[in-house]
Design a protein around this ligand. Structure first.
Ligand SMILES: [Zn+2]
Ligand SMILES: [Zn+2]
Length: 183
C-alpha cells in the first residue's frame, strides 16, 4: 500500500483515482446538506418572515393621527375641546371639516362645524395635543405667529396662560384660546 505524505495528498489521490468515491465521500454530503437547507427554507421562510401572525392591537400615535376612521371601528375615546382664535380681539373662525376627507372619512381629530369644537374620536385612548390638531389643520404656531398672523401670541387653556401650546393635551370640555395681537 502506498504511503501518503499528508491528508491533502491522500485526498488528491482519492480524487484522481477514485472519482465516484470522492463524490460520495466529500461532495454528495454537501449537496444533500444544501438541498435540505433550500427545501426547509422554502417551507419555513413564510413563517419566519411573519413571526407575528397574531393581531397586535397597539397602534402608535403617528399611525392613529394619519389614519382615517372607517366608521366601523370601536371609538372608545370621544372627547371635545373648544378652540377660539382671536386676532386683535376679532374672532377668526375655525373651519368646519378639518380632518375630514371629501368622501366623508374622518381622522381621529376633526371639526364638524365652525363653532371651534374639536372632536377627538379614537379607537384608542391617548393624549392628543393642540399641536396634533394644528398639524392636521395645517397651521403653525410660535411665540410670534399663528399662521400668517404675527405679533405677540398668547395661548390660554381655561383662562390660564400656557407657554408651550403645541403640547397642550386636548381634554374634554377645555376651552383653548389663541390670541394674537398684531399691533
Ligand atoms: Zn366627529
Ligand atoms: Zn364628537
Amino acid at each position: 500500500m502506498k504511503k501518503f505524505e499528508s491528508e491533502s495528498a491522500l485526498k488528491f489521490h482519492i480524487k484522481a483515482k477514485h472519482r465516484s468515491y470522492y463524490f460520495g465521500r466529500f461532495v454528495a454530503p454537501w449537496i444533500a446538506l444544501i438541498a435540505v437547507f433550500l427545501i426547509t427554507g422554502v417551507y419555513v421562510a413564510p413563517y419566519v418572515a411573519q413571526p407575528q401572525q397574531t393581531q397586535t392591537t397597539t397602534l402608535d400615535k403617528n399611525s392613529l393621527l394619519n389614519m382615517y376612521l372607517k366608521g366601523n371601528e370601536q371609538v372608545s375615546m370621544h372627547i371635545h375641546a373648544s378652540l377660539r382664535v382671536l386676532v386683535d380681539g376679532e374672532e377668526i373662525k375655525v373651519p368646519a371639516n378639518i380632518g375630514i376627507a371629501a368622501d366623508g372619512r374622518m381622522r381621529v381629530i376633526h371639526t364638524h362645524d365652525e363653532t371651534g369644537l374639536i372632536h377627538v374620536e379614537s379607537p384608542v385612548w391617548m393624549d392628543f395635543t393642540l399641536g396634533d390638531f394644528l398639524a392636521i389643520w395645517g397651521k403653525t404656531i410660535s411665540d410670534e405667529c399663528f399662521d400668517n398672523y404675527c405679533g405677540k401670541v398668547r395661548v390660554t387653556v381655561n383662562a390660564a396662560e400656557v407657554k408651550d401650546p403645541l403640547n397642550i393635551i386636548l381634554r374634554d370640555g377645555d376651552e383653548i384660546i389663541i390670541a394674537i395681537s398684531t399691533k
